[in-house]
Design a protein. Structure first.
Length: 278
């Protein structure tokens, strides 16, 4: 199918894949104008160099979850809490106060632990630029840091939301990973790269948000699984059948349980609320 690259009328949302998260791509595809642009926390982690693809499931850095109730629980000001976190980052760029999610094994990937997906989503939403710089600076060289900060600024300015990986998306990704293996498609790069593709696809499928991507191989996979794929030059929009009507404010509702902090339903990661040094 060939047509104009616009999101479905029902949602007005467009999920950007990792490879199209750039100022050049936004300038190139003017048909995105007027859409609410969102992406997955997996894509953000890839773009910002948080993951170590050469080590499969390791991280260069991961932010702590910075949320008002955590600061209030510590009984200090936000500025003092941030100073604690900054000192903490000098010794541990992968924060102990980040969120953690166990992803069940699939035929593509063994059981893994994903870190910092809710933390990076919250940092994007609340504008925690200083917090991001502190942790990124401990893990990246100066030239790398400069490029990453430019990308962070771009993501903060252009994206309306970062949808965090949670248990429902992870479960969907596992099912898609099994189907990818069964399809016989060649897995390029590392298993980590391929699993990230499944997390992004599962985010689209779980929320019903159309996915803008330039991945030719996955275009074939999406079509084979009933997605509607429209194309224009080197870009595709894959539209799954929505599981439910999507509203931006409903994508990642806050969990109010007293044992867990501001996390999406199903993500039951324990957060150490004790500030470093106490």
């Amino acid at each position: 199918m060939t047509g104009q690259l616009v999101p479905t009328e029902s949602s007005k949302l467009l999920l950007l894949d990792t490879n199209v998260l750039s100022p050049e791509k936004l300038a190139e595809h003017e048909s995105w104008n007027g859409a609410t642009l969102v992406t997955s926390s997996t894509s953000v982690q890839e773009v910002l160099g948080m993951q170590r693809p050469d080590r499969e499931v390791r991280y260069r850095y991961a932010l702590p979850v910075m949320e008002d109730r955590i600061v209030h629980h510590a009984g200090v000001s936000s500025a003092q809490f941030l100073r604690w976190m900054s000192e903490h980052a000098k010794h541990r760029p992968v924060s102990r106060q980040t969120d953690s999610l166990i992803v069940p094994a699939s035929r593509l990937c063994p059981e893994t632990r994903e870190l910092g997906h809710w933390a990076i989503s919250l940092a994007h939403e609340t504008g925690q630029d200083r917090l991001f710089r502190v942790f990124a600076s401990r893990a990246l060289r100066r030239k790398q840091l400069s490029r990453i900060m430019d990308k962070w600024e771009f993501l903060r300015e252009e994206l309306d939301m970062v949808i965090p990986l949670d248990e429902s998306i992870a479960a969907c990704a596992g099912a898609l990973a099994n189907e990818l293996v069964d399809s016989g498609l060649h897995v390029r790069g590392t298993v980590r790269n391929a699993m990230n593709d499944m997390y992004v696809a599962a985010t689209s499928l779980t929320t019903g948000i159309p996915l803008a991507t330039d991945d030719v191989q996955l275009r074939t996979f999406y079509r084979a699984h009933g997605w509607t794929v429209t194309s224009n030059d080197d870009l595709y929009i894959a539209s799954p059948e929505p599981l439910a009507e999507v509203n931006p404010s409903d994508i990642a509702p806050v969990h109010k349980g007293d044992r867990y902090v501001n996390l999406p339903p199903g993500l039951r990661s324990r957060i150490d609320r004790t500030p470093p040094g106490r």
